[in-house]
Design a protein around this ligand. Structure first.
Ligand SMILES: Nc1nc2c(ncn2[C@@H]2O[C@H](COP(=O)(O)OP(=O)(O)OP(=O)(O)O)[C@@H](O)[C@H]2O)c(=O)[nH]1
Length: 243
């Protein structure tokens, strides 16, 4: 891959069990994990680079926990995001209500964040139309109202998953998000290591560092932290920025 590098922060939001982790797994690792459902704790981060015309777009994807127990934490992850994939399960109408909640949050708190609505588990309604609990036209109207793109995907079959993230990457490559690339940020890092059971264990407290955003993400991947959070992502005051 070659060309100008663009780094993009993407956040996955939506009710628990709608399939956010499965979407990311399908997109990044081309697989669908079967077995007992494991809810996400805190959030997980993964990065993938794609070539869009003459640019290399690195999507840094934050997969948040859908459980309302982690709602306050999810707010940390959408901070500074320029794209949000707001997911709902096509077979669960309450998940669409929850998606509307996240859209309102984003509109109030991250007005420059582009929203993508994603109806998941389309394979479940393929063979059985009566399983659909979220009307296509309701979503279409809502998407128009909030000026969002919308997709119906299946992580099981892979339907539309590549297309969804491709669209995010293309939009990124053509927006002012490029400004972010290469700039330094003041970051307060909160790092959790997933201990597997009930609570994530805090292994590093909060510390303020002046790193470029991609460096933080890749450092975390290098050292094998699979669940971690970055809070308080903000640009340093102008006098501290490198010239
Ligand atoms: N049939 C089908 N099942 C899916 C699909 N995507 C996810 N699932 C199943 O739905 C359940 C929840 O999936 P996850 O990806 O863990 O959901 P999540 O939104 O990340 O859940 P939280 O981490 O709790 O927020 C799992 O049992 C998945 O196998 C899909 O496209 N089709």
């Amino acid at each position: 891959m070659s060309g100008q590098r663009v780094d993009a922060k993407v956040v996955m939001l939506g009710k628990e069990s709608v399939g956010k982790t499965s979407l990311v797994e399908r997109y990044v690792h081309h697989r669908f994990l079967v077995g007992p459902y494991q809810n996400t704790i805190g959030a997980a981060f993964v990065a993938k680079s794609v070539q869009v015309r003459d640019k290399v777009v690195t999507l840094g994807i934050w997969d948040t926990a859908g459980s309302e127990r982690y709602e306050a934490m999810s707010r940390i992850y959408y901070r500074g995001a320029k794209a949000a994939v707001v997911c709902y399960d096509l077979t669960d109408s309450s998940s669409f209500q929850r998606a509307k909640f996240w859209v309102k949050e984003l509109q109030n708190c991250e007005e420059h964040c582009k929203i993508y609505l994603c109806g998941t588990k389309s394979d479940l309604i393929e063979g059985d139309r009566s399983a659909r609990q979220v009307d296509f036209h309701d979503v279409q109207d809502f998407a128009e109202e909030i000026q969002a793109q919308y997709f119906e995907t299946s992580s099981k079959t892979g339907h539309n998953v590549e297309e969804l993230f491709r669209k995010v990457a293309e939009d990124y490559s053509s927006t002012t998000f490029e400004l972010m690339s290469g700039e330094q940020y003041v970051v307060t890092l909160h790092v959790w290591k997933h201990t597997g059971l009930i609570r994530p264990e805090i292994i590093i407290g909060a510390k303020e560092v002046h790193w470029k955003l991609p460096d933080i993400m890749f450092h975390a991947l290098d050292v094998g932290w699979n669940v971690f959070g970055v809070a308080d992502l903000s640009r340093p005051p102008p006098e501290q920025r490198p010239r």
